[in-house]
Write a protein that binds this ligand. Structure first.
Ligand code: SAM
Ligand code: SF4
Length: 329
């Protein structure tokens, strides 16, 4: 469903998608995303309340935003997440609510999230080897994620997508196993290129063209057009498979021309671009009694500040001050 979009940037891109970081806290410490310790987290007062998030989503919906993704940090560690989904579901104009999660806490919540109005879920999973999983997440139990995937399928949070960040020398030997997951279950595996954000390391970068060649050479790949989504993935499928395979090549195949999103950070900043530091701070507006018109104006300013595209390749690795868990990846 696409209503009238009143939010356009300088490049005539229509903004109809809001990614909301509901927390910068996480129950894992993925090596490319967060440091092991010493993480500077927002204080309670600096974090948007659920009411404030719902109000901002309603303002965005008033401008034609019709898709919302809840992310983080790990969104399932935020108290009241189910309530927030219920609140957003009631907002006129919001056609789709999605969640990005590491899956650790998903099995306990998939059913109630679906009942609250969540449409679908993306689960991040970089390896199917329990030892490697514990290594990359520094603490995670792979079985919990497996249970989470099963619970998401059972609850009908479809399409269930799995996001694998491909890292040279760490998990690139598993890409065929991940592709195989799509054969007999309606799972949509997306291979993601490592980006120079957070704690990631240039040595791990692998262009997805190589992953695609390997999968196509082994299974054959055909284009697949009808996978619901809001973003940059390019989809294909193994012939006869129930699920699909997507490629998100932010570095080697920039897709900024079709960017349709704004991000809302945990501490109340509208972020026009994942990579750029420019942000519009809505917290003072919210906390000083601004009316909805002023909040909508802040969304317009954020849209107007969207750059034509990122320049992550120029920026270098490890240079970006705000990390993925702080921005809402
Ligand atoms: N905690 C949730 C999760 O892991 O799904 C949501 C937040 S996490 C920041 C969102 C996504 O960003 C995950 O799929 C993660 O793998 C990805 N990510 C984090 N740092 C990244 C990087 N440097 N390059 C590519 N993807 C990254
Ligand atoms: Fe947490 Fe997600 Fe970052 Fe991993 S990628 S540390 S699960 S926020």
């Amino acid at each position: 469903m696409k209503g009238a979009v009143d939010l356009q940037d300088r490049f005539k891109r229509e903004i109809n998608y809001l990614r909301v970081s509901v927390t910068d806290r996480c129950n894992l410490r993925c090596r490319y995303c967060m440091p092991a310790d010493g993480v500077a987290l927002s204080g309670c007062r600096d974090v948007l309340t659920l009411e404030e998030i719902a109000r901002l989503v309603a303002c965005a919906a008033g401008l034609g935003v019709n898709k919302v993704r809840l992310t983080g940090g790990e969104p399932l560690v935020r108290k009241g997440l189910v309530k927030l989904v219920e609140r957003i579901r009631e907002i006129a104009g919001i056609a789709e609510i999605a969640l990005t999660t590491n899956g650790i806490l998903l099995s306990g919540h998939a059913g109630e999230l679906k009942a609250a109005g969540l449409d679908r879920v993306n689960i991040s999973l970089d390896t199917m080897n329990p030892r490697k999983f514990r290594y990359i997440t520094r603490r995670g139990d792979l079985d919990r994620v497996r249970e989470g995937i099963g619970a998401a399928l059972a609850a009908g949070l479809a399409p269930v997508k799995l996001n694998m960040v491909v890292m040279k020398g760490f998990n690139d030997d598993e890409v065929l196993d991940f592709a195989r997951l799509t054969l007999e279950r309606p799972l949509h595996v997306r291979f993601v290129e490592l980006m120079p954000i957070g704690e990631s390391d240039r040595e791990g970068f692998l262009p997805l063209s190589l992953v695609r060649e390997r999968i196509a050479g082994h299974f054959g790949l055909i284009p697949r057009k009808n996978v619901p989504g809001n973003g940059p993935a390019e989809y294909c499928a193994i012939p006869g498979a129930m699920g699909s395979i997507g490629f998100i090549a932010a570095m080697s195949h920039r897709f900024c021309n079709h960017c349709n999103r704004l991000r809302l950070t945990t501490d109340g900043k509208l972020r026009p671009c994942l990579q750029k530091e420019a942000e519009v701070d809505v917290m003072p507006l919210l906390r000083n009694g601004a009316d909805d018109g002023a909040l909508r104006e802040a969304f317009r300013r954020a849209a107007a500040a969207k750059p034509g595209g990122h320049d992550m390749e120029l920026n270098g690795w490890g240079c970006q001050p705000r990390k993925m868990f702080q921005i809402g990846g």
